[in-house]
Ligand binder design. Structure first.
Ligand SMILES: Nc1ncnc2c1ncn2[C@@H]1O[C@H](COP(=O)(O)OP(=O)(O)O)[C@@H](O)[C@H]1O
Ligand SMILES: [Mg+2]
Length: 210
């Protein structure tokens, strides 16, 4: 098994048939359980990997073919990736759930037709309530931060989703998420490099005018 690219939080390895995700950091066992609950809830309703095995703090998932959304945005397909993200997010929210780390970073798509093959990384999900601005704003934040030359694609996300939110509400949701990630990284490694990075990102996000 080799390390998979694009992992942000955990040790995720795969061999083209299965993927083993070993949760690291604060509340690893709880986060694994949360992802397991979401994957079983959404199986058959939204494209998600199959759960092959589970133990405390580890999930073994079926490998899903697809290209990560961020690569496709960088390749010039921002509008189509964010349209696909908006459409799949509407289904997730219709089922009453917040993904919690939604965006192209956690979406796999067919590289030719830009169809979503999997929504990944449900460890921060809430299955008991849909909070649309949380997921929409985070998807927007990922594009603004990691693809600053592709922000013209952001309206496609809201158009496909079917609702928008005022900028102040979106920025407030982005700020709340940065604060949560400061707390998370602080708990993991107090005053370490990851916490410093999230503090910088919070400052940058707070300064955005629109
Ligand atoms: N079931 C899967 N099939 C194919 N690739 C996967 C699968 N699960 C994860 N990956 C790849 O591994 C990366 C990291 O997985 P993810 O669940 O997002 O972990 P992290 O919490 O570390 O971000 C994903 O962005 C994706 O590229
Ligand atoms: Mg991820």
């Amino acid at each position: 098994m080799r390390s998979l690219r694009h992992g942000y939080t955990n040790a995720t390895v795969g061999d083209g048939a299965t993927v083993v995700k070993r949760y690291e950091g604060p509340r690893a066992v709880l986060r694994a359980e949360r992802e397991y609950a979401a994957l079983t809830t959404f199986s058959g309703r939204v494209p998600v990997p199959e759960v092959l095995d589970r133990s405390a703090g580890t999930l073994t998932l079926g490998f899903v073919a697809g290209t990560q959304g961020q690569e496709l945005i960088d390749a010039g397909h921002g509008d189509r990736v964010l349209t696909a993200c908006g459409e799949v997010l509407r289904k997730i929210h219709a089922a009453g759930c917040t993904h919690g780390d939604f965006g192209p970073q956690n979406t796999l798509l067919t590289p030719d037709t830009l169809r979503v093959t999997a929504v990944l990384d449900w460890e921060f999900s809430s299955l008991d309530r849909a909070d649309p601005v949380v997921d929409l704003a985070w998807c927007e934040w990922i594009v603004r931060t990691h693809h600053p030359r592709r922000t013209s694609a952001i309206p496609a996300l809201y158009a496909a989703y079917g609702t928008s939110f005022p900028w102040q509400e979106r920025r407030a949701a982005m700020i709340r998420r940065c604060v949560e990630l400061i707390d998370f990284t602080h708990e993991w490694d107090p005053d370490g490099a990851a916490e410093a990075l999230w503090r910088e990102r919070l400052d940058a996000t707070s300064a955005w005018e629109r």
